[in-house]
Design a protein around this ligand. Sequence first.
Ligand code: HEM
Length: 433
Amino acid sequence: MRSNSSTGGQPSPEKRCLLSRNPTNCFLHTRNVAARSNVTFWCWDLTDRQDIKASANGSSTADSISVLLQMFLQYLSTALFSLATIRSVYGASAPKRRATCAGGQTVQNAACCAWFPVLEDILPNMFDNECGDDAHGALRLSFHDAIGFSPSKGGGGADGSIIVFNSTELTYPANNGLDDPINTEVPFIQAHGVTPGDFIQFAAAVSLSLCAGAPRVGFMMGRPMPVAPAPGPDGLVPEPFDSVESILARMADAGGFTATDVVALLASHSVAGADDVDPTIPGTPFDSTPELFDTQIFIEVQLRGTKFPGRDPGQGEVMSGVAGEMRLQSDHLLARDSASNCAWQSFAGNQAGMQSAFAKAFNKMAIIGHNPANLIDCSDVIPGAPPLPANAGPHLPAGQTMNDIEQACAASPFPTFTAQPGPATTVPAIPQA
Ligand code: HEM
């Protein structure tokens, strides 16, 4: 079966479109990214939310099996290729050399040059160069794709299955709302011919570079196509109404994350909000500075809860301490449970500690389900974020005092912060993309 590519025109001979119900939803998968050769079109259908499967023109179970077989072979060849590349580039006897890309950038591995055009495209065209709704969505998507792995239940982790098998994974309640970032990302995946697994983690790393105060995280390339959806519908992706015990157990199971790692990862909720917890108030932020990757989330979630931002609180929502702000029950409990409260407190006002713990945990999360030896380190493509503005130090929201902090960690007192001047803070909603 042949199809036009997303870039338009007639397909070149080496491009094949497999089993697409809707050819516009094909994207270019490069088996050999370094050499940019041997390209194949893998397809899925986002418009009617059909997964990769037999197409309408008389295909059969055998077709599906053959596609799965082809995908498996693809997986194997990518893995073998990546291994060979890693060996040749990073092998003990191989000299350390840097490659110069067409745009003049230097990278450790020439294969990484392919990501600069992606970077230059998505910064202005996908993210509008801002730490806004699309950047937040890309970060959340990276978590929900990666966490879909369990040694006992299966799943491919950070493999792009949430996009390729969207018709399955988007039915899982925990993935509510992720159709937005998926629809945003798919055209860029199609245009640049990279795997969805790589793109999701790349986009998240790049999104962070737009959020002042964020650490520079790494990026590894080489994730092959996913072979199956993450198991579901319940269980693998934590929900805001889950207990601390079950969230920590799930995160340990998925990637060996400690309680401190989990709390560090939740620094992501400093550039976040909810559209669907209470769908009557989309874009309700989790802290007062959703455009800054700061430690306000760790301070503001520790405040006594006094109000809901909307009229009908959603499942997994508890009262927040600041008007216009939403607090997830999971964040609230992690800040108070003895298993995690001291880790939570340790990041309040500790920008450098939070940055390094987040980056370490994020880098681990981004390769769940993969052997890092099979991936190529392209971290040198990821830009650094600007530092926090000088006037953005840790603080209590206006109108609050330290008496409003609910001390939870038994080992040491919560650090002292002063309130911003002026009338009590009301946080505006995050503008929706
Ligand atoms: C561990 C338990 C976690 C739970 C229970 C949880 C839960 C949630 C919920 C309920 C939302 C709101 C979704 C909506 O209604 O739109 C949300 C948003 C978000 N989460 Fe988490 N999350 C967790 C961990 C993480 C992690 C590890 C990351 C990233 C590394 C992350 C990044 C985000 C971001 C960036 C948003 C905002 C998305 C947007 O504004 O479009 N979360 N999370």
